[in-house]
Design a protein around this ligand. Sequence first.
Ligand SMILES: CC(C)(COP(=O)(O)OP(=O)(O)OC[C@H]1O[C@@H](n2cnc3c(N)ncnc32)[C@H](O)[C@@H]1OP(=O)(O)O)[C@@H](O)C(=O)NCCC(=O)NCCS
Length: 192
Amino acid sequence: MGPVIEVRTLAGDEPGVDGLMAAAADLVERAYEAIPDGWPLDEDPGVRRRRTRGARRAHGYRAELRDVPSRVRSAEVAVALLDGALVGCVTYVPPGSALDEHHDGEPSFRMLGVAPEAGGQGVGTALVRWVIGRARAGGHRHLWLYTAEPMRVAQAMYQRLGFARQADHDWTFAPGRTLLAFRLDLAPGGDH
Ligand SMILES: CC(C)(COP(=O)(O)OP(=O)(O)OC[C@H]1O[C@@H](n2cnc3c(N)ncnc32)[C@H](O)[C@@H]1OP(=O)(O)O)[C@@H](O)C(=O)NCCC(=O)NCCS
């Protein structure tokens, strides 16, 4: 039998949630650190203007990646267990969440990470399928995400799952820092 992957929501009031959130923070950070020629986590990334709110926040992206508790509060966080071990995490961002990066009125997901030693076993795909299920259940037409040029494994995975580039929605939030937009069409009858 192959590895067993379980994806489940992290509830803010479940027993042991603090330890689970800390473990999720560690693995997401390690996943991003492992990207070849990856996204700078410490250089001021850093002022990401949120068009929807006009707010400006300056911080290292590492701190934001590690802040699983605020994602549990203002969005929906899922973790993936591989044969019982916590190895993956993703955040589903419903419309209107404080974490929404201007996909006005439509859901998105953010901060997908799989522990590098658990890669290539279907965990990332399972997490994205969970997100797709959440967006479908909400009756939404589209599901969005931003990624970045170095995240090539992720981009190939998104394309295999049916996401398509939406270059006219790319977001340059600082000089040399462009996020690449992808969108999945959730029209009824789609097979994802
Ligand atoms: C992207 C990521 C979540 C994929 O997780 P994963 O658990 O390895 O994904 P899967 O096992 O479902 O693999 C997806 C596909 O990528 C391939 N793949 C996985 N790791 C790979 C690697 N290091 N190099 C090349 N291909 C790889 C798999 O073979 C699989 O292809 P297939 O569907 O043809 O078999 C993980 O690599 C990661 O955490 N990356 C760093 C963070 C990141 O880029 N996040 C996305 C932000 S937008």
